[in-house]
Write a protein that binds this ligand. Structure first.
Ligand code: ADP
Length: 460
């Protein structure tokens, strides 16, 4: 046994040969990484102008979305060696081993430059250090420090590009994401309907399938599944066909495999039931519709009901009109009404409510409270500050500076304000019930829609 050697697996050029075309969907991630490939092909072009590539790129997304594949594809496209190592492999046995493995890995990489170094599960070494675990982990910390030293040590243009993958985007140590280290972050999200269909087709090429298989239908049924799960579904279908003594897999093989595979993963991953998907669709359209009707303009860039890494089940990307430093009272109120629009849609449509609004509630409350305590936007308190903010750049902790009686009154007014705007949101939705249904159905079917599509339907 060789202690302190990195044992990094090295793949050189064609031995793996994964290309971007093997990774279905994930167009945004691929676009982002294409620049790295170009750099590895023509470093001179970049040197000439004085640009240096980011040293490290963090691929962040749920398990099985193709992060490893993407890293390999960058090496495959650029035809450079690929060193791969998992974060958990660094942290082993003896204190000090991890650090020496890191040193060895980078020594090898520099000899073989240009090349790609891929560190999977970087959170195993790069988790936030103060996460309060007992006893700390000296080994992990030493390994991380060595990694940071190596990254700081080499110049931007040595041709070693480090890609790292994490399933937990919120947890990397801030030291890792500082400029000059992993300063670029490429989100690799779960595939949407089109992406899922493409992934199914890529994997179906590897097995024999009947001609009348409707991949779109399968993709629709597997909403929320990751690339790895879809690959697994196709393989299960092939196994099922063999079991039944058939020569190729059929539609029903695929459909039944979805259940097998998804049931197995359900605990781990948020795969929405049909009812939940409808709820999320109405919820997200609720936000967008309330926003659109108040401002008479396109409120959103994109709405999606594909579960996100953050744990959100749906997501409405707001349009911000340029850089906003000032907001009027009306604008803040509109914003609060928009936050309540998701829950209001659930009430209007289903007559019942879900837990899906917890973040909205937090945001709406924060705004409403600030209006009263910090922005002087209430009748009763005029321009008197009721709250101070400390550490504005560190999240902004607030502390109340008023008497207990005033605090009670503030609480009462916050509730009143949110209630009023919640009611307004529900009224807007009731007035636009038909559009609400139409838009929710469209979102349910497409899973991701753009602001233009939204406005087209709204104004039709
Ligand atoms: P991650 O590193 O994100 O956990 P991997 O890259 O290891 O995921 O993917 C695991 C497997 O899932 C791959 O080997 C591939 O078969 C399949 N897969 C995942 N995403 C895709 C995709 N976008 N296109 C094709 N296959 C995929």
């Amino acid at each position: 046994m060789m202690f302190g050697k990195s044992n990094a697996k090295v793949y050189v050029k064609s031995s793996e040969g994964i290309k971007f075309s093997d990774v279905a969907g994930e167009d945004e991630a691929k676009e982002n990484l294409a620049e790295i490939v170009d750099y590895l092909h023509n470093p001179d072009k970049y040197k000439e102008i004085g640009a240096s590539m980011p040293k490290g790129i963090l691929l962040a997304g749920p398990p099985g979305t193709g992060k490893t594949m993407l890293a390999k594809a960058v090496a495959g496209e650029a035809e450079v060696p690929f060193f791969s190592m998992s974060g958990s492999e660094f942290v082993e046995m003896f204190v000090g081993m991890g650090a020496s493995k890191v040193r060895d890995l980078f020594k090898q990489a520099k000899e073989k430059a240009p090349c790609i170094v891929f560190i999977d599960e970087i959170d195993a070494i790069g988790q936030k250090r103060n996460s309060g675990k007992m006893g700390g982990n000296d080994e992990r910390e030493q390994t991380l420090n060595q990694l940071l030293t190596e990254m700081d040590g080499f110049e931007g243009n040595t041709g070693v590009v480090i890609l790292a993958a994490t399933n937990r985007p919120e947890s990397p140590d801030p030291a890792l994401t500082r400029p000059g280290r992993f300063d670029r972050r490429v989100p690799v999200e779960l595939p949407d309907l089109k992406g899922r269909e493409a992934i199914l087709k890529v994997h179906a090429k590897k097995i024999k399938v009947s001609e009348e298989v409707d991949f779109q239908q399968i993709a629709r049924m597997a909403s929320g599944a990751s690339g790895a799960e879809l690959a697994n579904i196709v393989n299960e279908a092939a196994l099922r066909a063999v079991r039944d003594g058939r020569k190729y897999a059929t539609q029903s093989d695929l459909e039944e495999s979805i259940e097998v595979v998804i049931a197995g993963y359900q605990k781990k991953n948020a795969i929405l039931t049909d009812k939940e998907k409808w709820t999320v669709a109405y919820h997200e359209i609720g936000h967008a519709l309330v926003a659109a009707r108040q401002t008479q303009s396109a409120p959103v860039q994109k709405i999606t009901i594909i579960p996100r890494t953050s744990g959100a089940l749906g997501y409405t990307m707001q349009v911000e009109d340029g850089n906003r430093y000032l907001m009027t009272k009306e604008e803040i109120e509109n914003k609060i009404a928009t936050y309540t629009g998701g829950r209001a849609a659930e009430e209007v449509v289903f007559g019942t409510i879900s837990t899906g609004a917890s973040n909205d509630i937090e945001q709406a409350t924060k705004l409403a409270r600030s209006m009263i305590t910090r922005y002087g936007m209430s009748k009763d308190f005029d321009m008197v500050a009721m709250e101070t903010v400390s550490g504005q750049y560190l999240g902004g902790d607030t502390s109340l500076i008023c008497s207990a009686g005033t605090q009670d009154e503030i609480d009462r007014q916050v509730v009143e304000l949110v209630k009023r705007l919640h009611k307004k949101a529900a009224e807007i939705l009731l007035e636009n019930r038909q559009k609400l249904d139409e838009l929710a159905r469209f979102l349910y079917e497409k899973e991701t829609i753009t602001g233009e599509e939204f406005m087209a339907i709204l104004n039709a």
